[in-house]
Design a binder for this molecule. Structure first.
Ligand code: ZN
Length: 260
């Protein structure tokens, strides 16, 4: 069984349900090490294709690419010889957050910090240029968000970027087609969408981790389906709906391509 957990910021400042303090993150890592094998992101495409390993395997992903992933999560991962995946909002590299109404004025990772992570086995995927709700974007904006971020990340990092994480986990058939046409082979989402069709690599599911999750719930997330996992999925959908306030506030800007 292979699970991809989705974290956001590992932060000791401010309060938000997506922020996990360093000390709690350290405990979560130790729980996961006890319960599972934490696999590196380098060959996650092989895991997606089907792992033959019976024991639960977990990959750790961090959305939005905040600097605190480097200052707080990275040292705790490195001392346990672990690497993770960061979804980078390409247009905000080295800049301060202004796209998330809940995010505060936090700084995003800079190119040199991203370079350090890549050199240490971390994996980078696109999280678009400006983190819009792709379902609300005009066709032109949708193509720009997906294509421009891929080209920018590939140019700066000198490596292919085959994966994108959809902002807010939101997608539909129009978004999937544009993602495929932009050259991505993998798309990461969360359980926010009611998606009845079979999962394909462009609709790869991740399970979010929130500050309020108990030790027992962390264990349940990486185990086969059960009652706790159903409750967790319901709670995660509710939290995801709250995050959509950002997409609602910015919705009118998603029709045009922004100038940087
Ligand atoms: Zn995000």
């Amino acid at each position: 069984m292979f699970t991809i957990l989705e974290f956001h910021n590992i932060s000791n400042q401010g309060i938000a349900f997506t922020k996990i303090p360093s000390r709690r993150f350290s405990k979560i890592l130790d729980i996961l090490i006890d319960e599972t094998v934490i696999v590196p992101p380098s060959d996650f495409q092989a895991y997606l294709a089907g792992s033959s390993n019976e024991s639960p395997q977990v990959m750790l992903s961090f959305d939005d690419g905040y600097e605190e992933v480097y200052t707080n999560a990275y040292p705790l991962m490195r001392e346990r010889a672990l690497a993770g995946m960061v979804s980078v909002v390409a247009g905000y590299v080295g800049k301060t957050n202004s796209w998330d109404i809940f995010g505060g004025r936090l700084r995003h990772l800079g190119w040199s910090e991203i370079g350090d992570l890549v050199a240490d086995g971390w994996y980078i995927c696109s999280h678009t240029m400006t983190h819009p709700d792709l379902k609300r974007c005009s066709d032109d904006r949708l193509v720009w968000e997906l294509t421009e971020s891929k080209i920018l990340l590939e140019d700066k990092l000198g490596t292919e970027i085959p994966a994108v994480a959809y902002p807010f986990g939101r997608f539909n058939m129009r978004v999937l087609k544009a993602t495929h046409q932009a050259g991505y082979r993998i798309g990461f989402t969360v359980g926010a969408e009611v998606w009845q069709r079979p999962r394909i690599p462009l609709t790869t599911l991740r399970i979010p981790v929130y500050q309020t999750d108990s030790d027992a719930l962390i264990r349940a997330k990486v185990k086969p389906d059960g009652f706790s996992k159903c409750l967790d999925a319901f709670k995660n959908r509710t939290f995801n709906k709250l995050s959509l306030a950002t997409s609602f506030v910015h919705r009118n800007r998603y029709k045009e391509i922004p100038r940087f």
